[in-house]
Write a protein that binds this ligand. Structure first.
Ligand code: GLU
Length: 373
């Protein structure tokens, strides 16, 4: 199974967590970074293209700033990230240069990738870098983002990057062996699960909720990343980054860590971007009939099925589509603004022009711009 999947991999996104890269005192672990770069060099020789998503800026900056604890305030975190990011890149450059490899730095925000134009620019830049044989190293641009507009964590960012670079595999290096049946730190007989065919509720529960204790993002964000990558047709492997030659072992198809198979209901790249990269700015509530039609028939959302809109948004905005129970079941781009929807809700498409005095089409959300979650 693993070998079958790995046979088709040409581009791989490797996500490396802070805990893998740093010692307990927050300094960068040059031995680990050296080992990672050794494996990367071996993969490059095999002709694979590699994109890194690396954390560790805040952790590395902390010791530079002389802070004994993790920085707590946002400006302190951002200052640590700014100082640590250059340290981090220097470490990678040092470790790559004996292998005649060069690094490139890309600092991204979710607003960058949320703009279709900038998303496509990032893709073109990454394509060019990979064409030059360079190892792009991506991190969030921590210095300018606040919680509300963050990617959340680098697990999420790495899943979105699989779409940006059109990769076939996401390899997540973390500080435990893989995905366990329960939290291995608190449940002694928790078992390592080598293969996850589909990410069910049970799997999500085993990964722990947001209160999970496993590291920065924890296992929950890694499973969420595997789910997003999976809907992009991309398999995910989670392994322990502290182990020697682990990247090579994983890429050879050895039974290390956990393999998550891609989901069967994969999305095309644009729909994936709508579903996972764009930040929704409002909600459209629909009635049960419309919900059924969207879920079962794959049709567009008409004004007649809309109950109301929430939030202020413009035409073209990304919106959550929610049922009468308030739960989001789809996401899409709205062809009408929130104020227009307030006037069109429950009405027939044939009335749109009479109501507004103009007309952008029969539908509120076209099925080409709509994704069932
Ligand atoms: N961007 C952060 C850093 O480099 C890490 C975020 C994360 O690990 O999720 O320190």
């Amino acid at each position: 199974m693993r070998k079958e999947i790995l046979k088709n991999v040409k581009r791989v996104v490797i996500k490396i967590g802070s805990r893998v890269l740093t010692d307990t005192d927050g300094t960068l672990d040059m031995e680990v970074i050296g080992r990672i770069c050794l494996d990367i060099a071996a993969l490059r020789k095999q002709g694979l293209q590699i994109v890194l998503v690396s954390s560790g800026a805040i952790a590395a900056g902390r010791s530079e700033l002389g802070l004994t604890d993790k920085p707590k305030t946002i400006p302190h975190k951002q200052a640590a990230a700014a100082v640590g990011q250059t340290r981090l890149m220097r470490a990678y450059e040092e470790a790559l240069s004996p292998h005649n490899l060069k690094a490139a730095q890309l600092l991204l925000t979710s607003e960058d990738l949320g703009s279709r134009q900038r998303f496509l620019n990032a893709r073109a830049t990454l394509d060019a870098l990979l064409g030059f044989g360079i190892i792009p190293i991506i991190n969030e641009n921590d210095t300018v983002v606040v919680d509300e507009i963050k990617f959340g964590d680098n697990d999420n960012l790495s899943a979105l990057v699989t779409n940006v670079v059109e990769a076939q595999l996401l390899l997540i290096l973390t500080d435990i062996e893989g995905f366990y049946s329960a939290d291995p730190f608190t449940v002694p007989d928790a078992k390592l699960i080598p293969l996850v065919r589909s990410i069910t509720r049970e799997i999500e529960r085993a990964a722990g909720g947001s209160g999970s204790t496993l590291g920065t993002g924890g296992m929950a964000t890694k499973v969420a990343a595997a789910r997003k990558a999976g809907r992009n047709g991309v398999a995910t492997i989670i392994v322990s980054g502290k182990r020697e030659r682990i990247i090579l072992a994983a890429m050879r198809g050895e039974e290390v860590g956990t393999l998550f198979l891609p989901s069967r209901d994969g999305l095309n790249r644009r729909k994936h971007w709508i579903a996972f990269t764009l930040k929704p700015v409002g909600r459209i509530f629909v009635d049960d009939g419309a919900r059924d039609v969207l879920l079962k028939k794959g049709k567009s959302l008409l004004p007649s099925g809309v109950a109301r809109a929430e939030g202020r948004f413009e035409r073209g905005a990304s919106v959550r589509i929610c049922g009468a129970d308030g739960k989001e079941f789809a996401r899409g781009l709205s062809d009408y603004s929130s104020t227009e929807i307030a006037r069109l809700a429950g009405r027939k498409s044939s009335e749109i022009e009479a109501i507004l005095g103009y007309y952008y089409g029969d539908v509120i959300v076209h099925r080409d711009n709509l994704v069932i979650l």
